[in-house]
Design a protein around this ligand. Structure first.
Ligand code: C2E
Ligand code: CA
Ligand code: CA
Length: 239
């Protein structure tokens, strides 16, 4: 799914969203199979494959667009995580700066120090780390003090709330943007579906935008086509 710059509307990257078309069950929602993969620890090999594929795809995109990959707590607790990340970068040739790992606060609940140590390794390699679904979980400010996240992703419930006149949602987005700005982190507003929502999160100063308004999750081939369309629109040379 494309992620765009809030001001220019240009694609700054894509988030890799896993899909499973099962021969037995047809399309299975990630909301169903990801928790199962986590419970069975199959998320470790699956997640490694996702990292490899995402890096290979991103190598085809114009520089310096980035790819964001969701990573579960189970993966961060696996001792081979950093090595598999290095492997995915090396095999694809993608520079670490173009890869952003997305984690949710839940990773800090089980083994906070191990998760933090792994994420520090990830950052030392030059990759970004985004804090996903911010505002929906514990939203402990302690996490923000402990790790230099590159991006805070504001959950779509706040985006929707702010656009429908919820003063609480507006205040929360405003506070998160101010905090991110002073911590030198960027913000992504998630789940922007309407022009009204776009207008509101732009006015609130969110840096990046993701949602059906700019594009639904699409197969990797179509991501390439979206870059070509953008090139044509901007009148630049082909990537
Ligand atoms: P997420 O990381 O919060 O991803 C955003 C979800 O919101 C995606 O659901 C996306 O399709 C959906 N979305 C995007 N824009 C809009 C919008 O404008 N409106 C609405 N209503 N929804 C929007 P999806 O693809 O079903 O993924 C669900 C979750 O599964 C993800 O939530 C993520 O937590 C997990 N997931 C997906 N791929 C992976 C993966 O490769 N590894 C891991 N560990 N988790 C993954
Ligand atoms: Ca995500
Ligand atoms: Ca999210």
């Amino acid at each position: 799914q494309p992620v765009v710059d809030a001001r220019s509307g240009e694609i700054v990257g894509f988030e890799a969203l896993l899909r499973w078309n099962s021969s037995d069950h047809g399309f299975v929602s990630p909301g169903k199979f990801i928790p199962l993969a986590e419970d069975t620890r199959l998320i470790v090999p699956i997640g490694e494959w996702v990292l490899q594929q995402a890096c290979l795809e991103a190598m085809k995109w114009p520089q310096p667009t980035r790819v964001a990959v969701n990573v579960s707590g189970e993966q961060l607790l696996d001792p081979s995580f950093a090595a598999s990340l290095v492997g995915a970068l090396a095999a694809s040739g993608l520079s670490a700066q173009r890869l952003e790992i997305e984690v949710t606060e839940s990773i800090f609940v089980r083994d906070a120090s191990q998760a933090q140590a792994t994420l520090e390794q990830v950052m030392a390699l030059g990759c970004g780390v985004a804090l996903d679904d911010f505002g929906t979980g514990y939203s402990s400010l302690g996490y923000l003090r402990r790790l230099r996240f590159s991006t805070i992703k504001i959950d779509r419930s706040f985006v929707h709330g702010a656009a429908t006149g919820s003063r609480e949602s507006l205040a929360i987005i405003r506070a998160v943007v101010a905090m991110a700005d002073s911590l030198e982190m960027t913000t992504t507003a998630e789940g922007v579906e309407t022009s009204r929502e776009l207008e509101v999160v732009r006015a609130l100063g969110c840096g990046k935008i993701q949602g059906y308004y700019f594009g639904r999750p699409v197969p990797a081939k179509e991501a390439m086509a979206m870059f070509r369309q953008q090139e044509a629109r901007l009148g630049g040379s082909a990537a």
